[in-house]
Each structure stands twice: as C-alpha cells, then as structure tokens.
Design a protein around this ligand. Structure first.
Ligand code: COA
Length: 332
C-alpha cells in the first residue's frame, strides 16, 4: 500500500498595503537606494500600520484567503501551527489568537520559534501529524511583523526586513505527491550573531533595556552572511543528493528571502538557472517566516502536479534546513 504523505493542498497569503521604499528610508537614515539594492536586492518592503495590529492580524488574512480558496469550513481544520519570531504577545500563543479570530473553533494550536527557519520547522512538525494519521487538515502559517522589533535608526538591520504572512494547508496524499524529505539543523552557538537582547526571561523589560534599545534586532551582518551562504547551499545540495536529484530534475527553488546574493549562491550550487528560483525580495524584503509561503502563494498558478520543489531556509540560532516537495495539485 502507498504510504500516506502530507501534501500542500492550498496556499494563502497577505502583505500589508503600506510600501516602505528605499527612497523613504533615505529620508530616515544615512543610506542610499543604490547601496541597499546592490548589497541586498531589496527595493521596497511592506509595513503593517495601525494601533493595536500585530502578527495575528496578517496571519488571519492569509488563513482566510487559504480557506476561501480551498472551499472548506474553518471548523474542519484540526490543528494550526504558527511559525513566528514576533508573536502578538509573550503568551498566549499567537496560534490560539489566530484560531479565535479566524473561527477555527475545532482546532488546537501552538507556535514554533526557530527564527527565520520556523516555517520549515513547523511544516516538518505538521507533516508528522498527517503521516501518522492523527489529523487530516492542518494549517501552517508563517508570519512576522518585523517592523515591531526594528530600530529605524540602525541602517544595517532596518533596511532588510518587512512584514507579511503566508499559509499552507496540509492534507493526506497517497499518490506519492507531498512532502518527501526534510533536513533540519541547528547550532545554538550562533546565537551571539543574531538575537534580541532583552524582553525574555534572562533580561526582562526595564527602563534601562528600553533606553539601551535592547528590544530591537541585534545582528552582526557579515557573520550571518557567511554562515547563510555556506549552510543554505550545503543543505540544499545535501537534500538533492540523497534524493538523487540534479538541477534538471528541479522545477523550483523556494529560498528564504534574506539577501539576493545568498539566494544566487544557493541556486548556483544547485545548478539552477534564475528562471527556476522564486524571488520576491525586491518587493517584500525579508519577511522572516512569511518568505517561503508568500513565494508559494505568488507562484501558485505556475506550479504543476508532480513538480519537484526544494524549500531552503536559514535563520538566527543558528537554524537551517531544506525540504523536498512533490507538488500535489494543478491550479484551475
Ligand atoms: C546586512 C548586510 C546587507 C550588510 O552588507 P555587507 O556587504 O556585509 O556590509 P557591511 O556590514 O560589511 O558594511 C559595509 C559598509 O556599509 C555600511 N552600511 C551598512 N548598512 C548600510 C546602509 N543601509 N546604507 C549604507 N551603508 C551601509 C557599513 O557601515 C560599512 O561601512 P564602513 O565600511 O565604513 O564600516 C549583509 O551582511 C547581509 O545581508 N547579512 C546577512 C543578513 C541576513 O541574512 N539576515 C537575516 C537572517 S534570517
């Protein structure tokens, strides 16, 4: 009997309306459009505006988009996993808030935080519940409101990130399409290069931590860059090798959108031409856990049943990984 695999059967997405261009950043800090485009590939990013709006508000829109496209009742969803580094609150889990706001009243849910790799970690975790027969409909939503933890006086970090959300529905498949293989890795010693200094249990919020701007993203750009170039390419090559895939066999690479130069290095290592690489970094920047599902959302019409797709990501921690998916449906 054909083994049950978890297949992505619908994709949803949402990006906020407000566009923060490089030209606007030039008015806020000592930078140039030319520098940002050359070093990162980013032209503009979306920002969630509005008092009291958080990650869950974007995630709900992506989830509602997905549910409408698939034509299911929200009550059919049994589990929702939210991949995020910018939860609405320290607790409860943002997944619980999304389920409440989107009417997923039969679902249980929890958050996964592995920095920019959370979506890949969550997708892998979710697939286990399908493969072992525990659940039949699971939503994995990747969302981040990075603008909530960026210091717009720091030109080295604030130019990179944007806000957005993407969601996928996982269902059982027995026709050999679905999530075929995943590789996930982490190395906690890398935490010194990319983290948020205060607001956790080690250094709770205080007047001092606010004055010292310790609630923003802290990043040593070059160390992260070096790590990412090597490890995202290595893990992508590894998953191809162990599934006997060459560049010719791959229809699409879906890479984490952190820096155009990192994406190009990964594609080169996989022997993939640029036409096979999903890239929305020019328009959205690095949406952290939104990057992979937002790519799938934008490219959905061009995907075909049976396409070999590689997802690859890296993030703070350090965390990194790749997934090999055989796409499960044609879009009508
Ligand atoms: C952040 C990053 C774009 C910086 O690019 P870089 O080529 O490494 O640049 P450097 O940090 O070496 O800085 C080079 C110079 O540009 C300056 N600079 C930094 N940001 C700038 C900006 N926005 N505009 C203009 N100049 C800037 C630096 O101050 C430095 O000046 P100096 O030579 O006078 O000291 C790059 O390191 C990167 O993408 N790293 C990975 C980050 C990442 O992927 N994060 C997400 C993880 S999921």
């Amino acid at each position: 009997m054909q083994k049950t695999q978890a297949a992505i059967t619908a994709v949803g997405g949402y990006v906020p309306e407000y566009i923060l261009t490089n030209a606007e950043l030039e008015t806020m800090m000592d930078t140039t459009d030319e520098w940002i485009q050359t070093r990162t590939g980013i032209k503009e990013r979306r920002i969630l505006k509005g008092e009291g709006k958080g990650s869950s508000d974007m995630a709900v829109k992506a989830v509602e988009n997905l549910i409408a496209k698939r034509g299911i009742d929200p009550k059919e969803v049994e589990l929702l996993i939210c991949a995020t580094t910018t939860p609405d609150m320290q607790f409860p889990a943002t997944a619980n808030i999304i389920c409440d706001k989107a009417g997923l009243t039969s679902a249980w849910g929890y958050d996964v935080n592995a920095a920019c790799c959370s979506f890949l970690y969550a997708l892998t975790t979710a697939s286990q519940f399908i493969e072992n027969g525990k659940h039949k409909k699971i939503i994995v939503v990747g969302v981040d409101k990075m603008s909530s933890i960026l210091n717009y006086e720091d030109r080295a970090t604030s130019i990179i990130f944007g806000d957005g959300a993407g969601a996928v529905l996982l269902e059982p498949s027995t026709d050999s399409n679905g999530i075929v293989d995943t590789i996930l890795r982490s190395d906690g010693s890398g935490r010194v290069h990319l983290h948020q200094k205060a607001g956790g249990s080690v250094k709770p919020a205080s007047i001092e931590t606010v004055m010292n701007k310790e609630h923003y993203v802290y990043q040593e750009g070059q160390a992260v860059f070096k790590f990412a170039v090597k490890n995202m390419a290595d893990v992508s090559a590894e998953i191809m090798e162990r599934n006997n895939l060459t560049g010719d066999d791959i229809a699409w690479l879906v890479p984490h959108q952190a820096n155009k130069r990192i994406i190009n290095a990964t594609a080169d290592r996989m022997n993939l031409p640029p036409e096979k690489v999903m890239m929305n970094i020019e328009r959205f920047g690095n949406t952290t856990n939104g990057t992979l599902p937002l790519c799938l959302w934008e490219w959905e019409q061009r995907l075909h049943k049976g396409d070999n797709i590689i997802l690859a990501a890296f993030g703070g921690g350090f965390t990194w990984g790749a997934a090999y998916i055989k796409w499960a449906y044609d879009t009508k």
